[in-house]
Design a protein around this ligand. Structure first.
Ligand code: BJW
Ligand code: ZN
Length: 259
């Protein structure tokens, strides 16, 4: 584990973020690591035990939907027991302020939305900031035939193919409404993310290895359009060399100091 970033780096990052009129925050699995949600790559990451091509591709689902649903059922249960951490909550509080702060997340755990709901908790919502989920949601299903989409938190029974969730409208097999490798992202969501990135004065990047495209390009697009990148990650990433500031540390420790 790296040493905490010096106080002057935190101060500079606060100043950079404080001066910006519009901010885009790009988050990845690392922002939820402190909530107990496993990341994909690196130590303890999901891809250490499972091959992505066995579980997170359309071909894997076509080959063995029971295996894929078993894995997603396990992740739904795991994430259901997790709560937003200090980083999610700090970002949600920041979004309630007067400036538009937009969150573009690769995560499918729903913890940014949950944090926003917790912060509001009956106080009404006034934010102009959006939350865009680029890779879908663990808690949504999509029909493999008629494309019906539903929110669902029900436990998954993956004992047999017949016990897997099926569509109420047409009876076909449902799948998790997430984006697997080789699949296009929702065009509207992606387009909106790139528009917000192109207008942002600062792009805060938290807890992503920044190797999965096109999500990582949201940050590079912001930088290309002139935004300052501020990165929070315990490790070096491909964005570190273009970032104005890279703060090495955990999201739940660093983010609340910045916003
Ligand atoms: C902490 C921390 C703490 C730890 N605090 N930080 C070559 C070049 C360019 C692209 C490609 C290419 N070859 C293939 C592609 C395309 C492919 C891709 O990008 N592959 C790369 C691996 C090379 N992309 C796609 O296939 C995408 N689709 C696409 O391109 O479609 C084109 C198309 C167009 C038209 C028609 C058809 C197709 C889709 C990508 C979908 C990714 N899906 C997943 C699974 C989602 C569902 C699920 O969760 O099950 O999304 S994969 C996985 O990776 C997940 C994540 O959202 C995504 C990114 O991972 P993330 O969030 O960065 O996590 P990690 O684990 O990688 O990193 C965690 C970071 O946190 C680390 O840096 C740690 O240091 C840090 N950290 N603790 C702060 N406490
Ligand atoms: Zn259907």
């Amino acid at each position: 584990m790296s040493a905490p970033p010096p106080h002057r780096h935190i101060r500079r990052a606060r100043e950079t973020l404080g001066e910006a009129e519009t901010v885009v925050v790009l988050t990845g699995a690392g922002v939820s690591a402190d909530s107990g949600v496993p990341t994909f790559r690196g130590q303890g990451g999901l891809w250490r035990e499972h091959r992505p091509e066995d579980l997170a591709t359309p071909a894997a689902f076509a080959r063995d939907p029971r295996l894929v649903w078993e894995w997603y059922g396990w992740r739904r249960e795991l994430v259901s027991a997790c709560a937003p951490n200090a980083a999610h909550l700090a970002l949600a509080r920041w979004q309630e302020g007067p400036r538009p702060i937009h969150i573009v997340t690769q995560n499918v755990d729903g913890l940014h939305r949950l944090a926003r709901d917790r912060i509001r908790d009956g106080a009404g919502g006034s934010t102009t900031g959006e939350i865009l989920e680029l890779h879908g949601s663990l808690f949504r299903t999509r029909c493999t035939c008629c494309a019906a989409v539903e929110n669902s938190r029900a436990p998954i029974d993956a004992t047999s193919e017949a016990s897997l969730p099926h569509c109420g409208a047409c009876g076909a097999l449902l799948r998790p409404d997430v984006v697997w490798f080789g699949e296009p992202l929702d065009a509207h969501v992606l387009d909106r993310a790139f528009r917000l990135a192109a207008r942002a004065e600062v792009c805060l990047v938290v807890g992503t290895s920044a190797i999965v495209q096109p999500a990582a390009a949201v940050a590079t697009e912001a930088a290309r359009a002139g935004a300052a990148l501020v990165e929070v990650n315990p490790e070096v990433t491909p964005l570190s060399r273009v970032a104005r500031l890279s703060l090495r540390g955990r999201a739940a420790e660093i983010v609340p100091l910045l916003v």
